[in-house]
Design a protein around this ligand. Structure first.
Ligand code: PEP
Ligand code: MN
Length: 357
């Protein structure tokens, strides 16, 4: 249930509604909008008495929220969330490019790659300091030393950095050093880690599990938002199928569905989807055409000696090609969807005034 307050509802009226919801044994989560506040009812086991809540002073209407993922759902927030990552915007109207190696290997490697991807057009630098590897014998990452390198490269290039937190202890560290905390595919349903990410003061990049449905991805995001962190970026990175021609199968159809279901931004990782560099540029073009809010691409200056995911890492000049190729596609996407329903729902804060929330 979403209790929509009237424009200019007094703080005391909002307080009263919040108390009324809590007295019923539920939890109330205010969602501030342009000119109007909506209050989302959480933890109700059955239907909520809408007529009682609608009758309270200052209430415009009470709308049922049909989805399980309440805070994540467009039913709770009709306009698109845009996340500010150190001045770089992620969300509606922007195509944000994150690029860098799979793993941080050395300061020289990170500086070399950061300069190359920045020149090509990347705005955010990626690089894993803690790597979730299938084999315990594979390179596990430089650990905190890797985080220090990322922080140093950020200070020299001005690029915000995204890096993965594989467990609670690492998340504490990543929160200190990084600009975006990545939760990887393998941890998408690590619910205690998601709750910890919900308490973090930094945006979270949540990657879809390799066999997760879209509902499961959105429920995982709900854990983070329920914890109090509304800065969540979703990432489609391919799901496991019977195909052997690529490492995973990039689920392009997830993008329009996710955009319809949630106000959160959604980006695509073509590198882990493909697993081989020859597919990365074509998949990137397709991802932009289908409406993603950004890409996360693995790039390495010497992929043949990379300590992780070399075969899918682009050479810097290929990444430069990728950026050139997607730019006109994004322009066409924007021009051709301008005024369409898909974009109308993304206006902010007009939908509030239009009475949706
Ligand atoms: C990564 O981004 O380095 C990574 C391990 O990705 P995923 O969790 O999608 O496999
Ligand atoms: Mn990788």
């Amino acid at each position: 249930m979403l209790v929509v307050m009237r424009k200019n509802a007094a703080p005391a009226e909002i307080e009263l509604v919040t108390k009324a919801i809590e007295q019923k044994g539920y939890s109330a989560r205010p969602i501030p909008g342009g000119e109007r506040v909506a209050i989302c009812v959480l933890y109700n086991k059955g239907p909520v008495d809408a007529s009682y809540l609608s009758s309270l002073p200052g209430v415009k209407e009470a709308i049922p929220v049909t989805r399980q993922y309440k805070l994540v759902s467009r039913e709770s927030q009709s306009w698109d969330t845009v996340i500010d990552v150190g001045g770089v915007l992620v969300g509606n109207g922007h195509l944000t490019i994150m690029a860098g190696p799979c793993a941080v290997e050395s300061e020289l490697q990170m500086m070399t790659i950061a300069e190359a991807v920045k020149k090509a057009g990347a705005q955010i630098l990626r690089g894993g300091a803690f790597k979730p590897r299938t084999s315990p014998y594979a390179f596990q990452g430089l650990g905190e030393e890797g985080l220090k390198i990322l922080a140093k490269v950020r200070s020299e290039t001005g690029m915000p950095v995204v890096t993965e937190a594989v467990d609670h202890e690492v998340l504490d560290m990543v929160e200190e050093y990084a600009d975006i905390i990545q939760i990887g595919a393998r941890n998408m349903q690590n619910f205690s880690l998601l709750r910890r990410a919900g308490k973090a003061r930094k945006p979270v990049l949540l990657k879809r599990g390799m066999s997760a449905t879209i509902e499961e991805l959105l429920m995982a995001a709900e854990y983070i938002m329920e914890g109090g962190n509304d800065q969540v970026i979703l990432c489609e990175r391919g799901v496991r199928t019977f195909a052997h021609h690529s490492r995973n199968t990039l689920d392009l159809s997830a993008i329009p569905v996710v955009r319809q279901e949630t106000h959160l931004p959604v980006i695509v990782d073509p590198s882990h989807a493909a697993g081989r560099r020859d597919q990365v540029i074509p998949l990137s073009r397709a991802a932009v055409a289908v409406g993603c809010h950004g890409l996360m691409v693995e790039v390495h200056n010497a992929p043949e000696t990379a300590l992780s995911d070399g075969p899918q890492s682009l050479y810097p000049d290929q990444f430069d090609d990728l950026c050139r190729q997607i730019s006109p596609i994004f322009d066409v996407y924007k021009a051709s969807t301008n005024g369409c329903a898909e974009n109308r729902q993304a206006e902010k804060p007009a939908p509030l005034d239009a009475g949706m929330v």
